[in-house]
Design a protein around this ligand. Structure first.
Ligand code: DC
Length: 221
């Protein structure tokens, strides 16, 4: 099986790029952030503080998270309910970042992610795919962009969905999440030693995708 790992901070365009790469290569696209988001959503709905690691860990056994594929679209199921849209609410981003720092949560999701890659050719995006989940991935990419550019993209995305948004707030939240994700004790956001760094600041989406496909084809050749 072939695995392509795409890691990087929030808003770097990982999911858009990973989805396109997967489509181009005929691989399955696995968005691992969605799994953390589903757990964050569960805790928020239950009124559990997502910063309370013990409380979060103690509720994990009640949860069943799985991925389903409809055509080339990934859906996330939380205890059988399709929560693919609910997990995109801005308040769930921070909840996901908080629960992702809990070691038991990472353990809980580890097998599911590895299993997907054992059975399929995958393009998997996240924070620790190249470092922890799929250390033997044939291609590892660390996709990033400046915080301002990432915040601007998020902001436009929210406006596009008809949601009210404040740029300064989007930027602040993104910086908090960057800090959380890269400073946690377990599986922090850091490029794998053998990852290729791609900075998409100032690049149009088509330029980034062309760059990634070039890189991937070179590596797989
Ligand atoms: O990629 P995303 O914004 O949907 O991810 C939501 C949160 O999940 C992110 O802030 C950190 C966490 N995450 C992680 O810790 N490891 C991954 N492989 C993917 C996401």
């Amino acid at each position: 099986m072939i695995a392509i790992a795409i890691d990087g901070p929030g808003g770097a365009g990982k999911s858009t790029m990973a989805r396109k790469v997967a489509k181009e290569l005929g691989f399955i696209y696995v968005d691992t952030g969605a799994l953390y988001r589903a757990i964050g959503l569960y805790m928020v709905r239950k009124g559990i503080a997502t910063t309370d690691a013990e409380a979060v860990a103690s509720h994990l056994l009640e949860i069943e998270v799985s991925l389903a594929f409809r055509g080339d679209e990934q859906r996330v199921l939380l205890c059988g309910e399709d929560v693919s849209d609910a997990i995109r609410a801005p308040e769930i981003s921070l909840a996901a970042s908080n629960v992702s720092a809990v070691p038991k949560v990472r353990e809980f999701l580890f097998g599911l992610q590895q299993d997907m890659a054992r059975k399929n050719n995958v393009v998997m995006d996240g924070r620790d795919i190249g470092t922890v989940v799929l250390p033997d991935a044939q291609v590892k990419i660390f996709l990033t962009a400046s915080p301002e550019e990432r915040a601007a993209r998020r902001y436009q995305e929210l406006l596009g969905k008809g949601q009210a948004a404040d740029f300064t707030q989007v930027l602040e939240e993104l910086k908090i999440r960057d800090y959380n994700d890269s400073h946690r004790a377990i599986a922090p956001l850091v490029p794998a030693q053998d990852a290729v760094l791609v900075d998409s600041t100032g690049l149009a989406p088509e330029q980034t995708i062309a760059r990634l496909l070039d890189l991937i084809r070179q590596k797989l050749a």
